[in-house]
Design a protein around this ligand. Structure first.
Ligand SMILES: *[C@@H]1O[C@H](CO)[C@@H](O)[C@H](O)[C@H]1NC(C)=O
Ligand SMILES: *[C@@H]1O[C@H](CO)[C@@H](O)[C@H](O)[C@H]1NC(C)=O
Length: 380
């Protein structure tokens, strides 16, 4: 067990005090008479009712917010595609698409980010993906893309040969070329005028990222930004590899095999088969972790893997079991934190907690332990 005894005692000590309910609404039962009746009702809400209310009011995005964000992101993507095509007409790219939680009805709390997939078209006869576990990298999600048949099809035969590094396609060189074109040469001020929202590249990040302000009227008023991450993507056989240099770091030739699509598809298929609430559970957990500072390090990837593991042994995902499954996920998470390992559902050798410090794990464990007996503390 990783949590210290002190942490547990502290937790228990806190629990023996009356725990202040996080949301101010239900507590204040003694205010104006007009409001009293309503507040009285709120006071007696069970946890199940509060969870449902949290889901409706705090988790879900409005259909309008989603559609406006998608529409604007699409307009920006169209501009980028046209610009890239005019600048590098010979660059073999497939059709760009938006991707990620905003498109999959998995984004929560605020519509604030999406990805733009830029598919590189590679000749399948000239390029082979090499899985990370088969290389000295030893990481099942790190891949390399090897140039084949150089003796018969010499360097220069493929457009992408200019991005070779020691016989492998370099994610860094590809990102740099796209970065130079998109981030540095596009006329962003002009685009800002056309699109009626402010678009600018985020500088000094290894990612190719655009920041958009004033996407919707309300986000303009509150000064919140929307981000689009441009993801150079290679599809070879079954594998989808992305250039994500903030993950793969200093390995210039390493591509990242994202499991997001497989995980999301599996969850959707399971829900479809039994009309389940896995997505609802996942979105609620995502919102909880986003809203609780001590749980902020847990993201969609951790949480969808927890739900996928739970689905292996748990069969009742009906609407009436929503709160039970939510609380079960909390307990499961505590178990994984105690072990210090959360195995990836599709690549069990990868621990999704890798990179967390012991302090991170202690802090999350503390919060979740307290939530076992007082689950309301999560609904802030
Ligand atoms: C996973 O780990 C086991 C043993 O630790 C090893 O035999 C196997 O090759 C690994 N598989 C992958 C995909 O890395
Ligand atoms: C979740 O966080 C981990 C780091 O803890 C990161 O590697 C991963 O890309 C993140 N996933 C998502 C979907 O944000």
């Amino acid at each position: 067990m990783l949590f210290s005894v002190e942490t547990l005692l502290l937790c228990l000590a806190e629990l023996s005090q009356p725990i202040p309910l996080p949301s101010p609404e239900p507590q204040r039962c003694d205010t104006e008479p007009l409001q009293r009746r309503k507040r009285m009702d709120l006071c007696v809400l069970t946890f199940v009712e509060r969870l449902q209310q949290y889901y409706r009011t705090r988790v879900c995005l409005s259909a309008e917010e989603v559609s406006v964000s998608q529409q604007r992101a699409l307009e920006i993507a169209t501009e980028i595609q046209a610009f890239l095509h005019s600048k590098h007409p010979d660059m073999p790219l497939g059709d760009m698409t938006l991707a990620g939680s905003l498109l999959d009805d998995l984004q929560v709390v605020k519509a604030d980010h999406t990805c733009l997939i830029v598919p590189l078209q590679l000749e399948s006869s000239l390029w082979t993906p090499i899985a990370g576990e088969d290389t000295f990298l030893g990481h099942p999600q790190y891949c390399m893309v090897r140039r084949e048949n150089l003796e018969y099809f010499p360097r220069g035969r493929s457009y992408w040969d200019r991005h070779l590094l020691g016989g492998y396609l370099s994610s860094r060189l590809v990102s740099e070329q796209l970065g130079k074109t998109v981030m540095e040469s596009m006329n962003w001020p002009l685009l800002t005028g056309t699109l009626e929202c402010e678009v600018r590249p985020v500088l000094g990040s290894p990612e190719l990222k655009l920041e958009i302000q004033g996407l919707t009227k309300s986000s303009y008023d509150s000064g919140e930004s929307f981000y689009i991450t441009v993801l150079p993507t290679v599809r070879l056989g079954e594998m989808t590899l992305t250039a994500q240099r903030e993950i793969t770091g200093s390995f210039d030739y390493v591509w990242y095999q994202s499991l997001y699509t497989s995980e999301t598809a599996r969850l959707a298929a399971l829900d479809k088969a039994d009309s389940g609430v896995r997505r609802k559970c996942l979105k609620t957990l995502k919102a909880v972790c986003r809203n609780c500072p001590s749980l902020r390090k847990l993201n969609g990837s951790h949480l969808s893997n927890v739900i996928l593991h739970m689905s292996e042994k748990e069969t009742d995902w009906s609407e009436s079991a929503f709160a039970d499954r939510f609380q079960q996920a909390v307990t499961e998470l505590i178990g994984y934190l105690e072990m210090g390992i959360l195995p990836s559902y599709f690549k069990p050798n990868v621990s999704l907690f890798q990179g967390f410090t012991e302090d991170d794990i202690d802090e999350m464990g503390f919060m979740l332990y307290c939530a076992v007996t007082e689950p309301e503390i999560l609904l802030i």
